[in-house]
Structures are given as C-alpha cells and as structure tokens.
Ligand binder design. Structure first.
Ligand code: UT7
Length: 325
C-alpha cells in the first residue's frame, strides 16, 4: 500500500556557548565530579546566557536543519516545538519561531510532554504529513531548564542542561514497506498517577510563578527502564520490526545507567546506541534531536539506517518511534 511518509531531510542543533563543568557546580553545592559521573555519566552541560530564550535556541537549531534539508520555508506548513520551558505562558514558542523564520503561512504550536516531548511532537507532525495536511514540518525540541532549577538542590541541579535540536520532515510517497525512508511507527503512553514524582512547583494557575523542578529521582529511575524498553519494543513491533533490525538507538539522554539498562533489556549492544549525556546532561525534549544531530554530522547515522527513538519524562509520559534515516 503506497502512502505518504514523513521523511527526515535535515537535522540541526544549537547549544548555548557557556559550558558548566561538574567541578564548577561543586563550588556552589555539596557534590563532586566523581559522584555525578558515577551516578549519571554527566561531565558537563551548556547553560543559556542571560536573555537567551528557548525560542532563540529553537530558531538556531531550525535554521541549521533547514540548511541541511536545502529547502525553503515555503515548503514548510507546520512547526511543532516540544518544550516545558516556553519563553512565556503564551503565545507558544512555536509561533515565535515561525515569526523569526519569516513564515507567514501554515500553523505552529507547542507540545508539552516534558522529556518525552520530542517523540510526542514527532508523532503529531507525522500524522499531519501522512494525512497530507502538511507538506513539510519542522519538529523542534528546545529547553532552558536552567531557568526552572533550584540551584541549591544538589539532587536535581547537576542533572540538567539547556539546548535545542530540530528535524525537518517532508512528505514523500512510500511503498508502504519497512524499507521506506521516514517515520515507520510511533507509540505514545502516559500515566498521570505519577504526577508527583517529577513536577514543577509552580505555574500560571497555581502560584502564578514559573516554579522549580522537583523530582523523586529513585522513583523515576525505577519506572524508566521498564517503560523505555516496553515502548521501544512496541514501536518496533507496530512497524513489524525487531531489535535486530535497529542500526542505532537514539535515546533520551537523562542518565547513562538508564540508557545502558534499557539497551540491555531491548537486546541492543551499546555500540549501536548514541550517547551524548556526558556533554549535554539532560536537556529534556531537546536531548533526542541533539543526539541525532551529533551522530548524523559525525557520520555514524547514514541514509537508510533504521533508528529507534525512546524517551520518558514527567507525567509520566513515554514514547518511542521507529524511523528510517
Ligand atoms: O528525564 C527523565 C527525568 N529524570 C531521570 O530520568 C532521572 C532518574 N533518576 C536518576 O537518574 C537517579 O535517581 C539520580 C541520578 C537522580 C540519583 O541517583 P541514585 O543512585 O538514585 O541516588 P539517590 O537519589 O538514591 O541518592 C543517593 C545518595 C543520597 O544520599 P543518602 O540519602 O544515601 O545519604 C543523596 O542525598 O546521593 C546523595 N546525592 C548526592 N550526592 C552528591 C544526591 N545528589 C547528590 C549529588 N552529589 N549531586
């Protein structure tokens, strides 16, 4: 059965200039480089400059992705920004990016699924492309988590960083087989019973302030590996694929131990997993497109490779996608 596929044609990312090492954090909170590396795999993170907003990071990433795609903004009908740290309560960060790109047609909106946001946004954009409602889309994950961290809480402030990644998708007719390039399946899940394990203690309708991130790390960890392995396997199964078909797993980058345990559970060796958590820390919705961009530009991910994306975050939300590059 032929039909439209959402085919990746460009990827780009952007990291703020300022790099903060673990040793630098150890000067302000009771922690050590050794503890952070052993428990998380994180060595450093990028932190946005004063006045540098989520939309600025998103715009830079989008411009780089459009440059690789070699297509004009006229061929893009949809911008979806996955973010939990928008510039403002409203308007959406996506419409700000739309404005900065000079796009005066189509439609743009934000998706909020915290760390799973990029997979959610990819799934949404794929539906619009497959139904012909959008010819092309830019899917962006962009975050400035540094703005919602409690910098006196060592259990959370060492874990996150800022950044953005963007993927340009174009509708192309496929054959309907798993040999097609493009998004082959997406699977999304959530369970609101776990709201209290990972949340921000503020917002427009509660405190009227942006608030700070609060996390029961152990509780999140406990669910993460099981949920991520389950969703990865589900995304493959719904496309009639198996872990043996996967060339690269591109996981959400929260913690090296979660990434390794999930890969083991799915049955994929670590030499087929893209890991950037050491350099970026957890950039929430930005982590998957950031990792994708690194691995495409350094030549590991090549045209035709089957990718498995998986992520989990606050809510809980989790999601997986199978995509042929
Ligand atoms: O993107 C999705 C959202 N996030 C995640 O996926 C994160 C999931 N969770 C994790 O990655 C891990 O649970 C953490 C990295 C957050 C913590 O690792 P852990 O091995 O689960 O440590 P823990 O929370 O059980 O804490 C162990 C000890 C505690 O001390 P006591 O109670 O044993 O005396 C903490 O107080 O480590 C202490 N600790 C620290 N020590 C030095 C917590 N944070 C730090 C720190 N430096 N930064």
């Amino acid at each position: 059965m032929t039909g439209l596929r959402a085919v990746p044609v460009g990827v780009g990312s952007y990291l703020p200039a300022r790099v903060v090492t673990n040793d630098e954090l150890a000067k302000t909170v009771d922690t050590t480089h050794e503890w952070i590396v052993e428990r998380t795999g994180i060595h450093r993170r990028h932190i946005a400059a004063e006045g540098e907003m989520t939309s600025d990071l998103a715009l830079n990433a989008a411009e780089r992705a459009l440059e690789m795609a070699e297509i004009g903004i006229g061929e893009i009908d949809l911008i979806v920004v996955a973010t939990a740290t928008p510039d403002q309560t409203f308007p959406s960060t996506a419409t700000r990016v739309q404005d900065h790109l000079g796009m005066r047609h189509g439609f743009a909106f934000d998706v909020q699924a915290v760390c799973s946001g990029f997979v959610y946004a990819l799934s949404v954009a794929t539906q619009f492309i497959e139904t012909g409602k959008a010819r092309g889309a830019i899917v962006i994950g962009a975050e400035t988590f540094s703005r919602i961290l409690d910098w006196s809480d060592r259990a959370t402030c060492v874990l996150f960083g800022d950044g953005a990644g963007a993927l340009v998708l174009r509708g192309e007719t496929g054959t309907g087989s798993t040999d097609d390039r493009g998004v082959l399946s997406t699977e999304l899940r959530s369970d609101g019973a776990h709201n209290a394990s990972l949340y921000v203690d503020g917002g427009p309708s509660t405190t009227g302030l942006a608030g700070h991130l609060r996390m029961n790390g152990r509780e999140v960890f406990k669910h993460a590996v099981r949920n991520l392995a389950e969703i990865g396997e589900a995304a493959l199964a719904s496309a009639n694929l198996s872990p043996a078909d996967v060339r690269w797993v591109v996981p959400h980058q929260a913690n090296a131990r979660i990434i390794e345990s999930t890969a083991r559970k799915i049955g994929v060796e670590m030499d087929r997993v893209i890991v950037t958590v050491q350099d970026h820390a957890n950039t929430s919705a930005a982590s998957i497109p950031l990792a994708l961009d690194v691995a495409v530009r350094d030549g590991r991910i090549r045209r035709g490779d089957l990718l498995l994306l998986e992520a989990m975050g606050g809510g809980f939300t989790w999601g997986g996608a199978a995509m042929r590059w």
